[in-house]
Design a protein. Structure first.
Length: 401
């Protein structure tokens, strides 16, 4: 089951239309808030557009939007228009869809934020599934970092996907729900046009360039249902936490624990070549907590490891050259990798192995302490250890070099 389910529809024409409309007829604050969508009924299958919050306590709405500069300074944007969330045709699964967006004036130009929230009984996946989705349009997405804050009532995360560069998020419990902050910049991605999964997999397995390149600027929170039949991924352990991923892939799967390699393994996919035939370079970030890891993968050796290592392997089994960072502090796990190449590299995080040290044995009183001690070097694969003694022996599994 793939986690990303994003629309490829361009909203560029919407922004242009809105800018022209604003120039011709300036909006007052009252006008900006006038286009409130229909009342949200989360008991029926449907997807609702989130408008701006009308009060300090309203839920399932957008609280604020702004821009963050290179120094980390936040400049708030002003709401200038809300496009009506009119009922669109029902989707293929029979869900009612109310699509709308909010337009904000910022120091980086107009920001179009389209945010939708599915009802928890929305049809899809293997039965029902729900998610919050946000898509951002801004004049210069590759150099504009947008931060937006919104509130939800019942949404319970099982996995978060941030398809944006330099991305981050926070989640704060508030009365009746959660206050979210998400931020990032647009990221270049490449993809194929395809008829079905068989066609897509055939293209992915080949070495042909991508059919197109584009800029993605998307944020998704997958809701944890009661089980695998009403969730995008298995919602196991969502009561104690969730995972967060950020990448420029077209598809990504739920990480798994590999008992043979004693590693957390991620499978990601994207075309090997961009549409211009250049190598497609990837990046990947992952956040979670020790508590969530210990619940979902009880046999994992990461949460208690003194040091962690991140390795990336190409399809042919060779090691990929990449910039990596791994940390486990204050109960939080964080992994980062960039500069590797697609199409389907395997990312593995494991505990660093340390060579065993020879245990010290008490010296018998009859031993001549003036006797000369001997040092030998023992090897086991890439591991080496030195043993010092009168009659040194290599530990079990090691050979004398």
């Amino acid at each position: 089951m793939y986690a990303l389910a994003m629309s490829r529809r361009s909203h560029g024409s919407t922004i242009v239309f809105c800018i022209i409309a604003l120039l011709l007829s300036p909006l007052t604050t009252a006008d900006a808030h006038a286009a409130v969508g229909p009342a949200k009924d989360f008991t029926v299958p449907g997807s609702y557009s989130l408008g701006s919050c009308q009060s300090a306590t309203e839920l399932d709405c957008i609280e604020s939007v702004g821009v963050v500069d290179s120094q980390g300074t936040y400049a708030p944007a002003n709401l200038i228009q809300e496009l009506p969330a009119d009922l669109a045709p029902f989707d293929l699964n029979g869900n009612a869809t109310y699509r709308g967006s909010t337009i904000w004036s910022s120091v980086a130009g107009p920001i179009n934020l389209e945010a939708t929230l599915d009802s928890p009984v929305t049809k899809g996946c293997n039965g029902t599934c729900a998610a919050f989705r946000a898509r951002i349009d801004v004049p210069d997405p590759l150099s504009t970092k947008v931060r937006f804050t919104f509130r939800t009532s019942w949404l319970r995360p099982m996995n978060i996907q941030l398809q944006a560069l330099d991305s981050n998020y926070t989640a704060e419990k508030i009365s009746g729900g959660t206050r979210w902050m998400m931020e990032g910049m647009g990221t270049p991605i490449s993809d194929f046009n395809f008829l079905n999964s068989t066609d897509y997999n055939a293209k992915l397995a080949g070495s042909t360039p991508a059919d197109f390149d584009k800029i993605a600027f998307n944020f998704i929170i997958h809701h944890a249902g009661n089980g695998i039949l009403d969730s995008y991924w298995d919602p196991k352990c969502s009561d104690v936490g969730y995972s967060v991923q950020s990448q420029n892939t077209t598809t990504t799967g739920d990480p798994t624990w590999d008992s043979q390699t004693q590693s957390l393994t991620f499978s990601i996919w994207a075309p090997h070549l961009r549409a211009n035939a250049e190598l497609n370079t990837g990046y990947f970030k992952f956040w979670t907590t020790d508590k969530f890891m210990d619940c979902k993968f009880p046999a994992n050796t990461l949460t208690k490891a003194a040091k962690l290592i991140l390795e990336i392997t190409n399809e042919d089994g060779t090691a990929s050259v990449a910039t990596t960072a791994v940390s486990n502090k204050n109960g939080q796990l964080y992994f980062f990798a960039s500069g590797f190449h697609f199409s389907s590299p395997k990312i593995m995080v494991r505990a660093e192995l340390t060579a065993p040290t020879a245990s010290a044995t008490p010296m018998p009183s009859s031993v001549n302490t003036s006797a000369k001690k001997v040092t030998i070097t023992c090897v086991k694969g890439r591991l080496k250890t030195k043993v010092i003694g009168l009659h040194p022996k290599c530990p079990s599994g090691y050979k004398k070099q």
